[in-house]
Design a protein around this ligand. Structure first.
Ligand code: NI
Length: 171
């Protein structure tokens, strides 16, 4: 099932998500399948469960946008254990359509996470993958990428979104 993407302004995006304690259940398999489907439909490279209104610590990433099955990544209860170097790139988010900002992030990132069976593993990514790992882990802590831009830029985005909400173009 394809879920609609929750947009900036919805409190679920600002709420730290709940840790997953039950693994390998049909319900968890279904949810992760739905997350990949929803991410593909929205043409994203990453999706966190709060973005479909589910406040649980699950994220999916596919930096190949469906081109390479080996790039499909499931992260349950992920935590960043290493961040090295720095990169500054334009970043966007499915929950903030139409906006992009330069964000400074680590260039190489290692995350520790659980898989569908609850087994812990580590993944290290560079550049775009490093950025996606940091962006999605942030989502699960209730943080959007705009928490990394200046207050001035963040206020500007907030005001623009308010206008769109008033015009009924942001639901
Ligand atoms: Ni995002």
């Amino acid at each position: 099932m394809i879920y609609p993407i929750v947009k900036y302004g919805n409190p679920v995006l600002d709420t730290p998500a709940a840790t997953i304690t039950e693994f390998d259940t049909p319900e968890l398999h279904q949810l992760i399948g739905d997350m990949f489907e929803s991410m593909m439909a929205a043409k994203g490279v990453g999706l966190a469960a709060p973005q479909i209104g589910i406040s649980r610590r699950i994220a999916v990433i596919d930096i190949s946008c469906g081109e390479n099955p080996a790039d499909k990544l499931i992260l349950i209860n992920p935590e960043i254990i290493r961040n090295e170097g720095s990169q500054t790139c334009e970043e966007g988010c499915l929950s903030l359509p139409g906006f992009r900002e330069n964000v400074r992030r680590g260039k190489r990132t290692t995350v520790r996470a659980q898989n569908l069976k609850g087994e812990w593993f580590e993944i290290t990514g560079d550049d775009l993958l490093a950025r996606a790992l940091q962006h999605e882990t942030d989502h699960l802590a209730g943080k959007l990428y705009i928490t990394h831009v200046s207050m001035l830029k963040r206020d500007l985005i907030r005001r623009k979104v308010k206008k769109l909400q008033k015009a009924g173009e942001w639901a």
